[in-house]
Design a protein around this ligand. Structure first.
Ligand code: SF4
Ligand code: SF4
Length: 358
């Protein structure tokens, strides 16, 4: 079996946009990403445009570097994303594209069109058979299945449910259709800490299935009807929405890994994965607020192995700062569950050789 390599370009603390662009160019050149692209291939560039006021997402200038490389190889790049389950600015194709354009992800800026992978309302999906441990089939956003190649551009952040939000999360959750997302979230049911709830009713307004009711002048979630979308967590300003993540995180992480397997299988392994370890924050880019950086920039990693690239993200931050990004953000959660499970189902390897590009 070929050795798994993860290519790495270091960035110094608080790198500026020019450093980042040059680092991305260097990484693309050295890592051989372009080998997955053949003439006239339709190449999906999976990104995250950042919710509402988020300003730490990966910038359009960096995405443009990747798009330019694809065009140079004779491929047809398109930017892609899926609708969220929660009611933010990205819960259907229209809102999502408006949000993307407002953050600069336009054809004029980048040179590639934006095509939502899961249609107008997030329910255009295809069932892909997989040999998973939890699932034997997963629902993947339809258009991704028709792409010839995939480059996943992931912003490394913390995540309240998985501790690490990086490549596996970006493709597993981020390229599933609505049914796929619901199946991943199905065991994740929040509850309201009544001591903290001041009954502002914001969560009631945002719950997509109207299962938050009033009980003794506090919000109350009808657990049996909750679809686990997490919107109430995102909108509550008083830290009153709680999860029992200790039990639920493990299940969520495994489900995400199995959907990532469906994505990669459907695209027949013509995939490459880049994780950007910069502007790292406690919450992921789905948080609609401005977040403070939780650790200095580290660099960019790239590999054809989605497991190795996430493992390297944990290792590089741990080596540099004494605790990994996930440990710093969510010390009570274990982010390696997703990696172990992904390795078990044949998605990739946690063992890799780091190739540093100077
Ligand atoms: S948003 Fe938070 S504080 Fe407001 S009602 Fe819901 S749980 Fe209570
Ligand atoms: S109560 Fe359940 S369905 Fe409603 S917003 Fe919260 S997680 Fe989503």
């Amino acid at each position: 079996m070929a050795e798994t390599k993860v290519f790495f370009v270091e960035l110094t603390q608080d790198s500026n946009p020019d450093h980042r662009i040059k680092a991305t160019q260097k990484l693309i050149k050295a890592s051989g990403i372009e080998k997955i692209i053949n003439h006239r291939n339709k190449v999906a560039v999976k990104l995250h445009v950042g919710e509402r006021d988020n300003n730490t997402h990966i910038s359009p200038e960096i995405i443009k570097v990747i798009v330019s490389m694809i065009k140079k190889k004779g491929g047809f790049p398109f930017l892609t994303e899926t609708s969220t389950l929660y009611k933010g600015q990205r819960s259907n194709a229209i809102d999502h594209l408006i949000q993307a354009f407002s953050h600069g992800f336009t054809y004029e800026n980048i040179g590639a069109p934006f095509i939502m992978a899961d249609g107008l309302t997030g329910n255009t999906e295809i069932e892909i058979p997989i040999n998973g441990i939890i699932f034997k089939k997963v629902n993947i956003a339809r258009e991704i299945v028709f792409a010839d190649a995939l480059i996943a551009v992931s912003h490394a952040t913390g995540h309240p449910g998985t501790a690490l939000g990086a490549c596996l999360k970006n493709i597993g959750m981020g390229l599933s259709g609505r049914i796929g997302k619901l199946r991943q979230h199905s065991s994740i049911k929040p509850y309201i800490d009544s001591a903290k709830c001041n009954f502002c009713k914001k969560c009631i307004k945002w719950c997509p299935v109207n299962v938050i009711i009033e009980k003794a002048e506090k919000a109350f979630i009808i657990q049996e009807k909750c679809i686990g979308c997490g919107e109430c967590l995102a909108v509550c300003n008083f830290d009153a929405v709680r999860y029992n993540w200790g039990i639920q995180s493990a299940d969520l992480q495994k489900r995400i890994a199995e959907h990532a397997l469906g994505v990669i299988q459907s695209i027949q392994d013509k995939c490459f994965f880049l994780n950007f370890l910069m502007d790292m924050t406690k919450g992921c880019d789905c948080f609609g607020t401005r977040q403070t950086r939780i650790m200095p920039d580290v660099g960019i990693v790239a590999s054809n192995d989605p497991v190795a690239v996430d493992q390297a993200t944990l290792d590089l931050t741990a080596d540099k700062f004494g605790e990994s990004l996930a440990e710093k953000c969510e010390p009570d959660l274990d982010p390696t569950i997703q990696l172990e499970h992904a390795e078990k189902i044949g998605l990739g390897s946690r063992k890799y050789r780091l190739v540093t590009i100077y």
